[in-house]
Design a protein around this ligand. Sequence first.
Ligand code: GLA
Length: 388
Amino acid sequence: MLVNAPPMGWNSWNTFAYDINEEVICHAADRIVELGLDQAGYRYVVIDDCWAEMERDPVTRRMVPDHNKFPRGMKVVADYIHSKGLKFGMYSCSGVRTCANYPGSYDHEFIDARMFAEFGVDFLKYDNCNKPEFTNCINLYRRMGNALRHSGRDILFSACNWGTENVWQWIRTTGAHMYRSTGDISDKFDSFSYIAKSQVNKFCFSGPQCFNDMDMLTVGMFGQGHVAKGGCNFEEYRMQFALWAMMGTPLMLGCNPDKITPEVLQLITNRELIAFNQDPECRSAYALGTGGSLDNVPSKLVLAKLLADGDYAVGFFNLMEVKDSPSWDNPPRMQCLFTEIGFPVNSGLAMKVTDVFTGEDCGTHDELFYQTVPAHTCRVYRLTPVPK
Ligand code: GLA
């Protein structure tokens, strides 16, 4: 299976957690199509934890879909999702129990992978809770990687060990197509800004076939749903979505598909941001203004990313708190010096700057481009080198 761009889709956990059932999942698929999210690239509909009965079938040793939540079983759900032109994702765990204490796949990897293939699963998220003492985490991910490869179906392997055990050093060897690199996101500014800053310098390990996954988006939750811990405002969601897009991490929506406001829909279908995320070369974004240091990730974060056509994506992300902004920097200014992205003054090139949120032409600039960027807001641009 070739996974050449960060996967995009929707996952049930952030909003619904335990409260999932056939209707919730099939309705999510309906909404994805009604809203045109599939056309924007969101293809995977993923059921997270809490879909199974508490114990395996004593005879077959297989997991059993919860009789109340999924009375007609999972094949029916898979068929429905496929009939909408979408792909179907499920969840299990490398331990004996999942994080929410349902049966895990430990020592049943090959049985479970075959069962997922029979259901018609296209994507498996694989968690990290409740492993027996002294088991080797790396080996457990390799086991499921192999089990999926030999299941008889192409199944995208979404590893979720939260960035433990220096995951970037070995995860590609397991066959995983994406790997969670941090603990769980919650729907508040501190959570997503911490996650993004923690990964800025870890994207050199991310690329086609195995993408760094900074967790499901909370964009559009507005403080409602399982991981809602205060919520964000719309400006903050713009920042979260733009960070995820520019950093080239999978775009898995986590909001309630019935509560997507028109402005959120416009944000999550922004063609330019999605194009940055899905750029065919998948080059990592990097921070400017750090004096070359990889340890220092400033809170006034300027990211640049080289695109396949030679343009640059450039984002100004002001992750500071208003109270921490120094008085000399008021209003807060952020800039991109073109020499820092490798265009010295003698390059003979200037930069045509386009705002990706408004489509506005921001003019052609020599040497640098700067903007006022208040705390908790961002600006994102496409820079096109043009002869001076
Ligand atoms: C872990 C994962 C979450 C979610 C829950 C489900 O915490 O990191 O994304 O899947 O388990 O229990």
